[in-house]
Ligand binder design. Structure first.
Ligand SMILES: [Zn+2]
Length: 266
């Protein structure tokens, strides 16, 4: 039974991943990052081809599988579909699964647990922000605002009275703001500063330190890797949002265990 429910959560994650891909696309449209007159069709609501605007059949719209069956190309006009589509879907599915296992036993009652549901909402928005920042170097405000609200609700229901969460948010944002000013916005965008408010509110101290630690270490390794493989273009910037989000997820789900391990070593 538990396995079956795990599969259901995973498939739910795949479907939300598909929704995230659409949200990335439509947000880019709204921000005028994509120019394609045919895309006006997208207002009709149902899924459509990214290139020619043709409405998709149901079997062209199944998470991961459609991409595999169609060999990463659109059926209507044979244009290449980004690898990011199945990657986003799989990632969301896996994150749902891990989060579900954090809630120990997933049962009918769990579905109606609002902390669990807000957790899922936060995961969806984090994957969305990662994908969008990776592609367009922007962390959309609407996503961050909902994330901050979600973190506030979790704080109210789980950590009410623990003011260090607010302090963590403030100090984190201040820290990134200083980096933003020093690097004149090249290393750290204002989107990252706003995201840090969410991170602090969700994680509190000392988990917030762990989140930043992971973000900076992995970000640095990625940067060095790019340089070694000479893919780094001095003009092309690397978004920092995805690394902050990776750090956030690590600290959110494994923070307590990791902090405990560090304490044992000391
Ligand atoms: Zn097409």
């Amino acid at each position: 039974m538990e396995i079956l429910l795990g599969i259901i959560v995973f498939i739910l994650g795949l479907c939300f991943g598909s929704f995230i891909n659409m949200l990335v696309y439509r947000t880019a449209e709204r921000y005028k990052l994509i120019n394609n007159e045919k895309l006006i069709i997208s207002d009709k609501g149902r899924s459509f081809c990214d290139y020619c605007g043709k409405q998709l059949k149901w079997y062209e719209n199944i998470p991961v599988f459609s991409w595999l069956f169609l060999k990463g190309k659109t059926k209507c006009c044979h244009k290449k579909l980004p690898v990011s589509y199945p990657v986003v879907e799989l990632t969301t599915g896996l994150l749902f699964l891990i989060f579900n296992s954090k809630f120990e036993i997933f049962n009918q009652i769990q579905i109606f647990n609002f902390q669990f549901l807000i957790g899922l909402l936060i995961i969806v928005l984090l994957v969305f922000s990662t994908a969008f920042d990776w592609k367009y170097m922007i962390l959309p405000d609407f996503s961050t605002i909902i994330l901050v609200s979600g973190a506030l609700v979790l704080w109210f229901s789980g950590h009410f009275g623990e003011w260090n969460y607010f302090l963590s948010g403030l100090i984190s944002a201040g820290f990134l703001l200083v980096l933003n000013l020093i690097t004149k916005g090249k290393g750290m965008g204002m989107g990252d500063v706003k995201l840090a408010v969410f991170m602090g509110l969700l994680l509190g101290f000392p988990n917030i330190i762990l989140a930043f630690y992971v973000a900076f270490i992995v970000g640095a390794i990625y940067g060095i890797g790019l340089m070694i493989f000479k893919k780094a273009n001095k003009k092309k910037q690397v978004p920092f949002g995805p690394f902050l989000i990776l750090g956030t997820l690590t600290a959110w789900w494994f923070g307590e265990k990791i902090v405990e391990l560090i304490k044992l070593r000391l």
